[in-house]
Design a binder for this molecule. Structure first.
Ligand code: HEM
Length: 330
């Protein structure tokens, strides 16, 4: 009995210590921080009391983290002149990415319970699953054990998938991180909740591709609605629901919207309406519009795929940050 306990304790010391290169696993913190999931969930529930948008904002942080040099918490680093050119200042994030204080709160709670154990990159992965679950979406087994990187990549962050990208460019940017068209259509389904600024749709409303005309793939009723909210030369930072049917619920309505030309972003509607989408991504949109179960199962898998982008597990290259905003010792 004592020997078994000793073996378990030694295993625990080795597992989750980040001292050796390892594979991501669901049980990575079972020994070293068994309450990690519950702790993050508690912080998210608290934050949600004063910010209904927070769940959407957090999953977007994981996306923006993973697409830039892998899921390594690089997005969370604040700028340090001459050392860290923060990804937070890159156009897709600047004045847009939000939720950082909640990540700090989760980190602080985890550090209090199990100091130096849970990486900031893993906090984003956990927060994403918890956020989707709490919004009515699927659950999945989050793979854990990522280390935090020590660098940021401003240029990489500037080249994230853009709302103005056409389908070919979106496919290319997903392929570059080994995600396929099913992942592209599935993960875009995260636009079933959260908010979006007017400035990202005014081109579609008033001057699509330099035509001085609206985007023909935008439903006329929805265009009238959005034109009221986002007048020409109005305040570009006014917020809109990405999914006006159920703004804070994680469901398949994003795809129902695309079916009736009510996607908000150009990059959303492209998946269904682009010439190149026919026979490629459009059928996937159709499938998810028909079945929420199909969408949920696919979303769980694609989130795991996204979380597996270039996992940083080599302890000579990564660390468990004490403060998500700073490299240790800096
Ligand atoms: C396919 C390429 C994608 C593009 C071009 C894109 C673009 C955008 C843009 C422009 C916004 C609004 C930003 C703002 O108004 O400040 C947004 C919001 C959002 N995106 Fe995406 N996105 C993409 C994929 C994803 C993925 C893969 C996820 C997560 C799995 C995601 C989750 C979200 C969420 C939840 C919001 C709302 C955030 C909030 O309310 O704070 N997006 N996205």
């Amino acid at each position: 009995m004592a020997a078994a306990l000793l073996v378990a304790a030694v295993l625990c010391l080795e597992l989750g210590s980040g001292a050796v290169a390892h594979q991501l696993s669901e049980d990575y913190y079972d020994c070293t921080c068994p309450d990690a999931y519950t702790i993050v969930k508690r912080v998210l529930l608290e934050a949600h009391k004063s910010d209904v948008r927070i769940y959407a904002s957090l999953i977007r942080l994981h996306f923006h983290d993973c697409f830039v040099q892998g899921c390594d918490g690089s997005l969370l680093l604040d700028g340090v002149p001459g050392v860290i050119n923060s990804e937070k200042g890159a156009p897709p994030n600047n004045g847009s990415a939000r939720g950082f204080p909640v990540v700090d709160a989760a980190k602080a709670a985890l550090e209090a319970a199990c100091p130096g154990v849970v990486s900031c990159a893993d906090i984003l992965a956990l927060a994403s699953e918890i956020s989707v679950d709490l919004s009515g979406g699927p659950k999945w087994g989050v793979l854990l054990g990522r280390l935090d990187g020590k660098t940021a990549d401003f240029n990489g962050a500037s080249n994230l998938p853009s709302p103005f990208d056409n389908l070919t460019m979106l496919e290319r940017k997903f392929k570059a991180v080994r995600l396929d068209n099913v992942d592209l259509v599935t993960l875009s389904g995260a636009h079933t909740f959260g908010r979006v600024q007017c400035r990202l749709v005014t081109g579609r409303l008033y001057n699509f591709s330099g035509t001085n005309r609206p985007d023909p793939t935008l439903d006329a009723g929805y265009r009238a609605f959005l034109s009221q909210r986002c007048p020409r030369n109005g305040n570009g930072s006014v917020l809109n629901d990405l999914d006006p049917t159920t703004p804070d619920t994680f469901d398949k309505n994003y795809y129902d919207n695309l079916e009736v030309n009510r996607g908000f972003l150009n990059s959303d509607q492209e998946l269904k309406s682009a010439q190149q989408a026919q026979g490629v991504t459009a059928p996937i949109v159709d499938r998810f519009a028909r079945s929420q179960d199909d969408f949920f199962a696919s979303f769980a898998q694609s989130m795991i795929n996204m979380g597996n982008i270039m996992p940083l597990t080599d302890p000579t290259k990564g660390e468990i940050r004490k403060n998500c905003r700073k490299v240790n010792g800096s």
